[in-house]
Design a protein around this ligand. Sequence first.
Ligand code: CP3
Length: 340
Amino acid sequence: MNGRERFLASCAGEAVDRPAVWLMRQAGRYLPEYRDIRASHGFWEMMTTPELAALVTLQPVRRFGMDAAILFSDILTVAAAMGADVRYEPGGPVVSPLVRDAEGISRLKAPDRDAFGFVSQAVRSVRASLGDETALIGFAGAPFTLAAYMACGGPSKSTFALKAMAHREPDVYRSLMNRVSDAAAELLSAQIEAGADAVQLFDTWSGQLGPDDYASLALPYTRRVIERLGVIDVPVIVYVRNAAGNLEQAASSGATIVAVDGSIRLTDARARLRKDLGLQGNFDPALLAASPSRIRADVRAAVDALRGTPYVVNVGEGLTPETPLEGVAAFVDAVKETSR
Ligand code: CP3
């Protein structure tokens, strides 16, 4: 099996020699070859220049041989396409002007396929380099997370202003969420058309909602994005950070796979989900700083525990710049060894 076949079979719960592996934020600052390019190009420039985005997407796959590449981009491309000014500062991204009322919402643009032309081009370029050997994953921010950046600005991790809008002016909230959902769906459709094998929705901030608020404030919009993709045969991965409390609901979004973080054990998540639904996750990125033997033992235990179920090996949160290269290599190799 090649990586692409293995990834698609892992998603579908079909027989595999071993589960597929990739890592969230596998392209990034822990890689010296990324830092080399970053030294002479801005982050926004790298994302919006298809040749650079494609090059950086391929870097981790060339070095470590993951089964899937994830497009080098950022969830905030959607906010920018809707008219926001997005700046990447050392403390995290800053979005302005804040969208907090009906007037702000009326100024938002509804991006079409063309607004994401640079993304489609990058996807086509990566696809051409990977051929059919390695899967390619496209992505967008989930509506609640995107709207949190647009209403709250960042880099603070508070979603207060967005929740306050939901409680005080539910119609305004719905209108913002519908627009953000449709823009995210447009981006995913562009990536699928250009050749992505799967798409992932990143919901980094909906874990700040209790189960009842998740049901009314986040889930309907994640569902709306997936519905707008129409009937497609590409897997849709829904990643929810702090997933434990909202797991079954996230699974009811229309997702093919739920990606979880370390807030829940993989075996517990498995027991709570429908058998045909895939699971992805959820190693602590800090495990990659452990000894190769510890990494191997933990990987093997997870793969053994989930054998025969649809499972994709991944971390539970994105890799950070301090991630040791040896740890990433040991992790990917450990998954590969489980085929023996
Ligand atoms: O996974 C990958 O390798 C693909 C690329 C990718 C990036 N961001 C590149 C990036 C993906 C999938 C994302 C998703 C993303 N972006 C999320 C959801 C996942 C998560 O981590 O919760 C969020 C919340 C963002 C918004 C964002 N972009 C933040 C909070 C930051 C600052 C934190 C950081 O790591 O610097 C960014 C910047 C960013 N996005 C970088 C990269 C490689 C660093 C940019 C640089 O080189 O300076």
